[in-house]
Write a protein that binds this ligand. Sequence first.
Ligand code: TYM
Length: 358
Amino acid sequence: MSDKKEIILSGIRATGNLHLGNYFGALKKFVELQDKYDCNFFIADLHALTTNPDPDALHANVKSILAEYLAAGIDPEKATIFVQSDVPEISEMYLLLNMHVGIGELMRTTSFKDKARKCLGIKAPTEGDNDEAFEKEIIGADTNKRVNAGLLTYPTLMAVDILIQKATKVPVGKDQLQHLELTRRFARRFNSFYGVDFFPEPTDFDLSGGAPIKVPGLDGSGKMGKSEGNCIYLVDDPKTLRKKVMRAVTDEGPQGPNSPMSEPVANLFTLLELTSAPEVVTQFRQAYADCSIRYGDLKKQLAEDILNITTPIRERVADMLADEAYISRVVRDGAEKARARAAETLAEMRSIMGIRKF
Ligand code: TYM
């Protein structure tokens, strides 16, 4: 692998099977990028620890995502595939970088607020955001409902994943953009504090030049996500998948020619655009516009087109999972490569910060 290629890095948390949001927001892009760039794709098991998972489930999740990476077509000959915790340099750099990160900016991060509210059982305010009440809740929370410090420093760890590999391009879905913005800020701050030009400022990336996307769920609003419980998984069997799609929320139908679309129906079209041929999308858009659309037909088409994408992946996942020796070899080789660059960055960072050997 030539050092001249731009360094790409991205990861997925080990919290369960991958869904269509992960696929279109991240995994599909990983596969497209691996021929042209110095690609590094990992499994974020340390990030998964923020929700205190069952230890056996965590390990099984790491393995299943590895199998899904490989089944989707990430080729370990082209891209470095590794597990985050196999690179201990990340944990040390996390400590160092935290010295330049403010708890205020971490507490204002949207993902932190969402997760902390969930831990404490507080509803998000409907209008604006009352930080003061929120902070009081967190500080005052009893120990059973605590918001752990790992959740707060999640963005530091994510910044470290990226900066330790000196990655400049990070393919992610829309929900990760704020974390990426923080990464740039931390990089800039470190460089300016020590008067160095050490960390590059990474940006999001997509081979087609498009902006990061949000894949919606089929329950009418919001994004597809595990905590939303509205996922279509890559490994869903055809029967389960068809059932999920046929149950998707719709509305009573267009209220007249060229009427605006409700959110649930617009969401179905977003999924159709991601999975179906352009002429199929045009045909259904036309049918919506002239009020001849039957949502049942739209859903059937959508289910089959999703299955066209997921079936080959699902079939390969089983083979990959069965080949434990292959998976171990892939991650051992991956960790070796990831550690080599991480160790270099960390050694330099320690020296810049004044931690030097006698
Ligand atoms: P995670 O595990 O939540 O999601 C993995 C990737 O899938 C994308 N994604 C989506 N994209 C579009 N629509 C959706 N509904 C959807 N749901 C998930 C996410 O944007 C992401 O790209 N913090 C990260 C993991 C991480 C990471 C990193 C990523 C840790 N360190 C360094 C990049 C670089 C996360 O929780 O992703």
